[in-house]
Design a protein around this ligand. Structure first.
Ligand SMILES: [Zn+2]
Length: 76
């Protein structure tokens, strides 16, 4: 299992149903990224498929995405 995933960064979602997906192109490994099973938010985005992340990197990048709770911490 990967490291713990933070909730969805979408402020309208913030669910915790985060999945880790691995992308292949022509059966060649391209990248790993995380996505929210509820709203479909994906990240980190790959630029032209050029960014190859390990699962650990993808999880870290997902967890590093800005979240409302990180920005001001005011509820509502
Ligand atoms: Zn979501």
């Amino acid at each position: 299992m990967p490291d713990e995933l933070k909730p969805c960064p979408n402020p309208a979602c913030e669910r915790t149903c985060i999945m880790v997906d691995t992308t292949y192109r022509h059966e060649v490994y391209v990248s790993t990224h995380c996505f929210c099973a509820h709203c479909g938010t994906r990240g980190p985005w790959c630029k032209d498929g050029a960014v190859t992340l390990s699962m650990e990197e993808a999880v870290a990048a997902w967890n590093a995405l800005p979240r409302r709770s990180d920005l001001g911490r005011h509820s509502g």
